[in-house]
Design a protein around this ligand. Structure first.
Ligand code: NAP
Ligand code: ZN
Ligand code: ZN
Length: 359
């Protein structure tokens, strides 16, 4: 007989888990491993609610395993370090995003792109090296290999920094990789949610003109006055969309549901790039003529590697980029999920784990 998960993971932990694809979350006792030589253990202070958590708890992409403790925008304070840990000491402020493991030998890993490693291990709903299930940040503490933790700059408050661990890197990485980080470009951001609003802030920090493309006219004033966007298009208003045709160098599409791409491709200048970041559960329609006629690119991008995640959060520290958040207690999480379905959040829910999660 092999060892049970409890024998492999003897340290008691507590969180909230979804039990089935209703996605309803409720209190859950489980266990985590002891602090290994290269591990850091930390008390979770805050955890952001990414729309991916919602897709996953409801099994919208298939492959969900229950019980599932979601959460991959995790920040906390180190309470224990293994004997070989070099980067962290007790008391450090750390963050963990979507990844807790990778193979460390493939081309992607060698190039600091653990996010594209075929054997990457996700923070929850995955199987760790030791064969046990990974559990995310809607929980009291966590233990990770030090290579999968980043240091949170001292000037960033932990609650508003938490969403940077997924939303932040998901926006920063494609801006860099696709050359959309040059001053003077015109960027579109589709969907003003958790990812989108952080995308506006990184775009502005890189010196772009940023236009939000949204289904929610009531987000316009805040997008411009508060988030720093330069202009705002209601994507369901054909006149507004027509007037903005062929004006953009790049578009970050963060929409979580099926939506038309042709109007977005129309917004691009020739050679423009539409980067798909949202992950709808069904395929989108992609006619090719609008691409051929302007040598346009449609591409995708998934989170970022650990080196780039540290770079992103250091950049955020320097430019004071934070998420706009609504801090909630854990027992509000099911209501928060209902509101997230309706895009009713300005702009990221963050769970106050340390103050509200009680075993
Ligand atoms: P979110 O906060 O819910 O934001 C999504 C936004 O999309 C909404 O605020 C809404 O903005 C817009 N939207 C929603 N339904 C729409 C519809 N039917 N038609 C048009 N627009 C709609 O979600 P998020 O946390 O930012 O995540 C967005 C997506 O990215 C999810 O699918 C998530 O799984 C995925 N994701 C991908 C990565 C990656 O690595 N690529 C990382 C994290 C998340 P408006 O009100 O402005 O229209
Ligand atoms: Zn996420
Ligand atoms: Zn690898």
């Amino acid at each position: 007989m092999g060892k049970s998960a409890e024998e492999i993971h003897p340290v008691k932990a507590f969180g909230w888990a979804a039990r089935d694809q209703s996605g309803l979350l409720s209190p859950f006792n489980f266990s985590r491993r002891e602090t290994g030589d290269e591990d850091v253990r930390f008390k979770i202070m805050y955890c952001g609610i990414c729309h991916t958590d919602l897709h996953r708890i409801k099994n919208e992409w298939g492959g969900s395993k229950y019980p599932m403790v979601p959460g991959h925008e995790i920040v906390g304070v180190v309470t224990d370090v293994g004997s070989k840990v070099q980067k962290f000491t007790i008391g450090d402020k750390v963050g963990v995003g979507c990844l807790v493991g990778a193979c460390h030998s493939c081309d992607n890993c060698v190039n600091n792109l653990e996010n594209y490693c075929p054997r990457r291990i996700l923070t929850y709903n995955a199987t760790y090296h030791d064969g046990t299930t990974t559990y995310g940040g809607y929980s009291d503490h966590m233990v990770v290999n030090e290579n999968f933790a980043v240091r949170i700059p001292d000037n960033l408050p932990l609650d508003a920094a938490a969403p940077l661990l997924c939303a932040g890197i998901t926006m920063y990485s494609p801006l860099r990789y696709f050359g959309l980080d040059k001053p003077g470009l015109h960027l579109g951001v589709v969907g003003l949610g958790g990812l989108g609003h952080v995308g506006v802030k990184f775009g502005k920090a890189f010196g772009a003109k940023v236009t939000v493309i949204s289904t929610s006219p009531n987000k316009k004033k805040e997008a411009i006055d508060h988030l720093g966007a330069d202009s705002f298009l209601v994507c369901r208003d054909p006149d507004q969309m027509q007037a903005a045709m062929a004006t953009m160098d790049g578009i970050l599409d963060t929409v979580s549901a099926v939506h038309p791409l042709v109007p977005l491709i129309g917004l691009l200048k020739p050679h423009g790039k539409l980067i798909m970041l949202g992950a709808p559960d069904k395929p989108l329609e992609l006619p090719v003529f609008p691409l051929l006629l302007g040598r346009k690119t449609v591409a995708g991008s998934g989170i970022g590697g650990l080196k780039e995640t540290q770079e992103m959060i250091d950049f955020a520290g320097k430019h004071n980029i934070l998420a706009d958040i609504e801090v909630i207690p854990i027992d509000y999480v099911n209501t928060a999920m209902e509101r997230l379905v309706k895009a009713d959040v300005r702009y990221r829910f963050v769970i106050d784990v340390a103050n509200s999660l009680k075993a």
